[in-house]
Write a protein that binds this ligand. Structure first.
Ligand code: FMN
Length: 185
């Protein structure tokens, strides 16, 4: 089902992108397999949706090859990248050598449940079964049920913020137990 937009914009698309960029995310690679062909793309629109049943989503742009393939395979895997893997993110975003095999020289194993490639040396893997996809403007919302997972990595995550990569700052904030006092009261 296509989601409708109202079209009452009072801003340009650059401002929209800049504003959205202020939301920091992790970085994942979504992979799929159709028969012998494997492919994948860098994704930061990944998010959890439901615990019971276990659902996640990501939003691929219309026409991305990964999206076209996973509609046909019905399965995909999500690999969560670690702080040292910005080069993997760039490669799966087609920024390095788009015509070459994106997996070349990288360790990966077929997921035991889906056969989709799981990249090695990463923080976590989820194997998923596509449940539904909705057209939403120039992107799509792909909802999937998680059918297998592993979290082999202990490292720090790769972060993406305002168009730049960051590594986790070595600073854990104490969880606030009260709102700070307002100076203007
Ligand atoms: C950090 C980062 C996050 C990205 N997140 C998304 C995303 O959530 N959805 C999307 O459609 N493209 C996203 N992209 C762009 C795709 O990775 C890129 O268009 C890719 O080449 C699509 O591959 P494909 O068409 O071969 O499947 C992102 C790129 C980067 C660098």
């Amino acid at each position: 089902m296509a989601l409708q937009t109202c079209g009452l914009m009072s801003f340009d698309s650059l401002s929209f992108r800049k504003c959205l960029g202020r939301f920091a995310t992790g970085v994942t690679v979504v992979t799929t397999r159709v028969e012998d062909r494997i492919h994948g793309m860098t994704v930061n629109s990944f998010t959890s949706v439901s615990l019971v049943p276990p659902l996640i989503l990501f939003c691929p742009k219309n026409g991305t090859r990964t999206f076209e393939m996973l509609k046909s395979s019905g399965v995909y895997a999500v690999t969560v990248l670690s702080g040292e893997q910005a080069y993997i993110s760039e490669r799966f975003a087609g920024m390095l050598t788009d015509d070459a095999d994106r997996f070349a020289g990288l360790g990966h194993t077929p997921g035991p449940l889906t056969g989709c490639p799981l990249l090695t040396g990463c923080l976590a893997h989820l194997e998923c079964r596509l449940v539904d996809h909705h057209r939403a403007g120039d992107h799509n919302i792909c909802v999937a049920e998680v059918i297998g997972l592993s979290a082999p990595g202990e490292g720090d995550p790769l972060l993406y913020y305002s168009g730049n990569y960051y590594q986790f700052p070595d600073r854990i904030l104490p969880r606030p137990i009260a709102a700070p006092a307002r100076k203007d009261l």
